[in-house]
Design a protein around this ligand. Structure first.
Ligand SMILES: Cc1ncc(COP(=O)(O)O)c(C=O)c1O
Length: 414
């Protein structure tokens, strides 16, 4: 049968390539911000949903659950309280916009500020989803190198000056200061203050993404940049994806009131999923702290399994700094390793890894780096997957020289 419509001729020219068909997760899945399946609090979530539905299920009859376009009021109250308690950020529920995942928060900020040809400052290594979104819009992400304390402020100042000399005013500075993605660093308070100083001096707002900030091994952290902000310079977003469940698709954003009003006007989905919001509000009031405490213990065990497996399998040829929280590890190999090729070879063997160049403003500095997520795989999968990855890396690049810790077991045979 000949097709009646030539869709290719009708489709808009700037679309991304079609999504590949879903074939299930690979056996060793070290990508995606997935969390631990066994610790999903299913029974408590059922109870919370039932309680909320019995109490006010009739409000499902209206868009927005009688809470208005910002999102379900009890959930906004919880977010405001949580931000005060954990990030020392004092805001009212009227300053919180519930979003469909924090990815929608990223989309709203981009929509407010960015048009093709614009420039946004990012950490040199940054969230692949944020970089992809900017590129898709024709926005140039300009990377500022990081050290163990996050984005370097001396180089940010240099970048701002260089851009000004080119006649470019960046739209915002996107940072993930508390468990940086992918590096895992936590920016100290003095550097946060310095970032605010530069932001004010150059008139460029800060967009702070705290996606992982509640998943800390020791619980200690500096205040959010937004909490230190006295000049309305910071837009701040977060998510329930990593603390509770990514499939719920619930995040939030807070910003000066005028910007929240603008974002609300751009949020055209007629409201984030109602049941998810109702369930989360009820569940989180009672269980958030306890759940997060349990999950972080488990995540730390998985991180230890991953760093242990890397040390055992790669020896000193894999370099990394174990993060103080979160769900991923940023690993550097010697420069002979091409991470894009390694990721392709690993994928063919059922191991999914994030190649560094996809998490970097410029591909070159991340050529030999990979990101490994440990939130979802079991300890056994982590150990086995890393061993298999080492075998593939050795086959493709001759690194590590042989299995096991080559440093511990003496020099390899020539
Ligand atoms: C830094 C960062 N921001 C935002 C997101 C988006 O998460 P979600 O839309 O599930 O809230 C992610 C997801 O991995 C992320 O790593």
């Amino acid at each position: 049968m000949t097709a009646a419509i030539d869709y290719d001729a009708l489709l808009a020219p700037d679309l991304p390539p079609p999504a590949p068909g879903w074939r299930g997760f690979p056996p060793y899945n070290f990508i995606g911000g997935n969390v631990d399946a066994a610790s999903m609090p299913v029974e408590d979530m059922i109870a919370a949903t039932a309680t909320a539905l019995r109490r006010e299920g009739t409000t499902l009859a209206t868009y927005g659950l009688e809470s208005g376009p910002l999102g379900y009021l009890p959930l906004r109250r919880f977010v405001a309280d949580k931000l005060m308690q954990r990030s020392r950020l004092a805001i009212s529920p009227e300053q919180v916009l519930i979003t469909s995942g924090s990815n929608q928060a990223l989309d709203l900020v981009n929509e407010l500020f960015c048009r093709p040809g614009d420039t946004v400052i990012v950490e040199q290594f940054s969230y692949g989803g944020a970089l992809a979104r900017l590129r898709r819009l024709g926005v140039r992400p300009v990377g500022v190198p990081l050290d163990e304390d996050g984005m370097r402020m001396d180089l940010l100042a240099e970048t701002l000056a260089t851009l000004q000399a080119e006649g470019v005013k960046p739209k915002f500075i996107y940072v993930i200061p508390t468990i940086q993605n992918p590096g895992g660093s936590i920016m100290p308070e003095e550097r946060r203050v310095e970032l605010l100083r530069l932001s004010a001096a150059w008139g460029v707002p800060v967009f702070e993404d705290e996606c992982y900030a509640d998943l800390l091994w020791a619980g200690r952290r500096p205040p959010a940049i937004a909490a230190l902000d006295e000049g309305g310079q910071v837009i701040h977003c977060g998510s329930f994806s990593k603390t509770i469940a990514p499939a719920l698709r619930v995040g939030y954003i807070t910003a000066p009131a005028a910007l929240i009003a603008r974002m609300t006007a751009c949020k055209t989905d007629a409201g984030t999923g109602a049941l998810e919001q109702m369930m989360l509000a009820d569940y989180c009031r009672r269980c958030f702290d306890g759940h997060v405490n349990r999950v972080t213990v488990l995540l730390k065990e998985k991180l230890d399994a991953m760093t242990g497996a890397l040390e055992e399998q790669f020896g000193t040829t894999a370099e990394f700094t174990p993060p103080e929280g979160g769900i991923f590890l940023w690993v550097a190999f010697p420069e002979t390793v091409d991470a894009m090729k390694l990721a392709a070879a690993a994928a063919a063997a059922g191991i999914a890894i994030n190649p560094g160049p996809e998490w970097s403003a410029d591909a070159a500095p991340a050529r030999s780096r990979i990101r490994l997520c440990f939130g979802n795989p079991s300890v056994e999968q982590i150990r086995e997957g890393v061993a298999r990855l080492a075998a593939i890396c050795r086959r493709e690049f001759g690194i590590p020289l042989r299995s096991g810790n080559i440093e511990r077991s003496g020099p390899a045979a020539p």
